[in-house]
Design a binder for this molecule. Structure first.
Ligand SMILES: *Cc1c(COP(=O)(O)O)cnc(C)c1O
Length: 449
């Protein structure tokens, strides 16, 4: 074990020290190297060292360097050193995180993380937090709780009796809702198409004046941070209106929630503190390793009830039993990396991380505009959409930028226009990286397109 850990820690060091300067996309040669994994399952096992050697030799080069400073695809974020280290330690612990008796330390630290999150995000004291795989499962968990509460009010027990024959619920979403909400809606049994879509404006924000009337049988799904533009629904107005009609309000705030830790950007999220459930990711802007999402629910009892289960051998205690806070029974202790990130950054470091990435997004936008390229969105947060003219031309630029390897960005269609989609969400990105990328894009357009 000792030798193996030394060997792997050397490999981790080498990987991370090279990740800033290699091509962000894996090279053709590296991708070809993946064929080294094509052999039949062997009769006899290999040594642990050999397995790790193979994984590193042929696996590491074929990674996308999203742990480095110039990956701006999707919304990814890096992993703060302390979270990578905490991940190593808790993996060695190998704890069953669903039950306090099976792991007092996980129960304790996850309840501390829950309190600190509520504090850092200015949520009501006592707000429950569940540690799940990502925003998709957080959205799912919010919807499951909403379903439980709204049906219970009508005398229907969703946990015992399921959904066949249950009173109908209406789900309202904004027209630019995220694909993950669609997935969550299908998993929870509401259906992807059986939703009321509220009209949105050019930034993807729900238009409050045309928002439908809602009632106590409605689940209203709002968004804090559109995945393309970064825009926020008018939360304050819509949350209040929907809640006073008795609706459940769920907010998908996968990355936008983190605006709340900054005095400068917090106003974008005003009103979210009154929502019934809020989903977010920790593996995006909090910069913890994959996978890590968080579901916040104000009504702890309702949340625990919706996630409940029972078996004679489940010894319940007063303390936090993780399985009441997530769809999973057994899982890894994701809350510990969240705790480590919060503690290492502190309140000011967390705000600084968010503000720095937002300033870098603005720097990106201004730099690209100065070269004559068109920014399609109001850069309110960390997302930038850029057009290079005709759709085909924009697509060619994106592909050439990916092949060049200085950075990685993806593409999108935004309300009928093709755009390069830039998301700045890594702790490792410096202003120099942004300038290097602006220069690279300008050079590629000049020389190749
Ligand atoms: C990324 C994202 C999701 C999905 O998150 P996963 O972590 O992939 O499950 C949901 N909503 C929004 C707005 C996102 O940006």
């Amino acid at each position: 074990m000792d030798e193996l850990l030394e060997d792997v820690s050397q490999r981790v060091r080498e990987y991370l020290s090279g990740v800033s300067n290699r091509s962000v996309a894996p090279s053709t040669g590296a991708l070809e190297g993946l064929s080294n994994f094509d052999f039949r399952y062997p009769e006899t096992g290999r040594s642990a060292r050999e397995v790790i050697h193979m994984l590193d030799r042929h696996g590491s080069p074929a990674t996308v360097a999203s742990a480095g400073p110039r990956y701006f695809g999707f919304v990814v974020g890096g992993a703060l050193p302390v979270t990578v280290a905490a991940n190593h330690l808790v993996t060695a612990w190998d704890q069953l995180s669903g039950l306090y008796v099976a792991s007092p330390v996980v129960g304790k630290i996850e309840s501390v993380a829950e309190k600190w999150l509520a504090d850092a995000l200015s949520f009501q004291e006592g707000t429950a937090a569940g540690f799940v795989t990502g925003a998709t499962m957080a959205n799912f968990s919010g919807l499951v709780t909403a379903r439980s509460v709204l049906l219970k009010r009508q005398g229907w027990d969703a946990e015992e009796d399921g959904l066949f024959g249950a009173p109908e619920l209406t789900v309202v979403v904004g027209d630019e809702y995220h694909a993950s909400m669609k997935k969550a809606l299908s998993l929870v049994g509401f259906g992807r198409s059986r939703v009321v879509r509220a009209p949105v404006d050019t930034q993807g924000r729900i238009i409050a004046s045309s928002f439908p009337e809602t009632d106590e049988n409605t689940i209203v799904c709002l968004q804090a941070g559109n995945v393309n533009t970064g825009a926020f629904d008018p939360l304050e107005e819509l949350v209040d209106r929907a809640r006073s009609s008795g609706s459940w309000v769920h907010v998908d705030a996968a990355f936008g929630l983190w605006a709340r830790v900054s005095d400068r950007y917090k106003h974008l999220t005003d009103g979210i503190e009154n929502a019934d459930s809020v989903a977010t990711d920790a593996h995006k802007w909090l910069n913890v390793p994959y996978d890590s999402g968080i579901i916040f629910v104000r009504d702890r009892q309702a949340f625990n009830h919706a996630m409940s289960s029972s078996a004679a051998y489940l010894i319940e205690g007063e303390r936090r039993d993780g399985y009441k806070y997530a769809p999973e029974m057994s899982r890894r202790p994701r809350g510990i990396e969240v705790w480590a990130a919060l503690l290492s950054l502190g309140r000011s470091g967390l705000a600084e991380l968010v503000e720095r990435n937002c300033a870098q997004a603005a720097r990106f936008a201004a730099g690209l505009q100065s070269h004559g390229f068109k920014v399609l969105n109001d850069v309110v947060l960390n997302q930038v959409l850029v057009s290079f003219g005709e759709s085909d031309r924009t697509k060619r630029v994106i592909e050439a930028v990916q092949n060049d390897g200085t950075m990685w960005v993806g593409g999108t269609e935004w309300q009928g226009q093709t755009a390069m989609r830039i998301s700045v969400s890594s702790w490792l990105t410096s202003d120099e990286d942004i300038d290097m990328c602006i220069d690279a894009i300008a050079r590629i357009v000049r020389e190749e397109i």
